[in-house]
Write a protein that binds this ligand. Structure first.
Ligand code: 13P
Ligand code: SF4
Length: 302
């Protein structure tokens, strides 16, 4: 505990010294999420907030694609990620070349890319989306079919919701693909009345077993609104830990799965990032403009 306290004090002091701000994704551990971060949220909220930052240095307590999005929106600022190896199975599951092949296969069909992707893939994209606005983004295009990449499950879930035909890719989130409908049904039998909320990176069969499906911000809103006695979040473990601290009256039933990439970020390496001003996130010059355009088009959709 004392070790946490030392790092927390040091980080708060270093933030002041360097005029730095810490953005934390909802999957960060509670000591990061509740004790040192300035801005917290889902991927969409973090991208939105990244448009209005006044500080000189931005630390992304999250994974690499999130830091790239922040850098795209803040090209002249120093953007740091405490561990440059904090990746994502979705972002690593598709290349820019793959996107070009898909476009050739489906000429004239717009490409909607989940923000969980590299800047190189975003640069080949018409518009980005997150799990929080995927339906709105897809519907805003007013077309009967889209290429929605790289998350096969997100695309299938949105296809089911909207009736719009999806050409997709085969990437999956290594955390959410592990949940099965059988285990969800078993938890319902074991625990009686239980609100089950699934992330749309889960398979459509898992989402079908849930009472609600949505982004991590939507999970937070659901709990604030319904104040359930018992809830099960079909997502990354820290989500339940962070929310349990905010809703002591609610019983958070696990299972949950850990994201090894999100868990690379620690108080220790946040402190180190601020002490050494590294690792700095950079984006190749030729990708900046086209990748930023895909993100900005998404942010313009209300
Ligand atoms: P959201 O917070 O946007 O729902 O994303 C979940 C996720 O897996 C981010 O890596
Ligand atoms: Fe990627 Fe899944 Fe980890 Fe999110 S939880 S960073 S989608 S691997």
């Amino acid at each position: 505990e004392r070790l946490f306290a030392d790092d927390i004090e040091a980080i708060l002091e270093l933030k002041r010294k360097h005029n730095a701000v810490i953005l934390a994704h909802n999957y960060q551990t509670p000591e990061i999420f509740h004790c040192v971060s300035d801005i917290r949220g889902d991927s969409l909220a973090l991208a939105r907030e990244a448009q209005n930052l006044e500080q000189d240095v931005i630390i992304m307590a999250g994974v690499h694609f999130m830091a790239e999005t922040v850098k795209l929106l803040n090209p002249t600022k120093t953007v740091l990620i405490p561990d440059a190896l904090a990746g994502c199975s979705l972002a690593e599951g598709i290349t820019a070349e793959n996107v070009r092949t898909l476009r050739k296969r489906h000429p004239g069909v717009p490409v909607v890319t989940y923000v969980n992707s590299s800047a190189a893939v975003k640069a080949e994209t018409d518009v980005c989306c997150t799990s929080g606005n995927a339906r709105r983004v897809v519907e805003s295009l007013g077309v009967p079919e889209v290429i929605m990449i790289p998350d096969e499950f997100l695309a299938r879930n949105i296809e089911r919701e909207t009736g719009i035909k999806m050409h997709t890719w085969s990437a999956r989130c290594e955390v959410h693909e592990r949940f099965t409908p059988q285990e969800i049904r078993q938890y319902r039998r074991m625990h009686g009345p239980l609100h089950i909320i699934a992330h749309p990176e889960c398979s459509p069969d898992v989402v079908a077993e849930a009472d609600h499906a949505g982004s991590t911000a939507s999970m937070m809103d659901y709990i604030a609104e319904h104040k359930p006695e018992k809830v099960m979040l079909i997502t990354e473990c820290s989500m339940s830990d962070n929310l349990a601290a905010m809703h002591p009256q609610t019983d958070f039933i696990r299972p949950c799965n850990l994201c090894p990439h999100m868990k690379r970020i620690t108080l220790k390496n946040i402190r180190q990032a601020l002490e050494t001003m590294s690792t700095e996130v950079t984006i190749p010059a030729e990708l900046q403009e086209p990748a930023r355009r895909s993100v900005e088009r998404m942010l313009a959709i209300k």
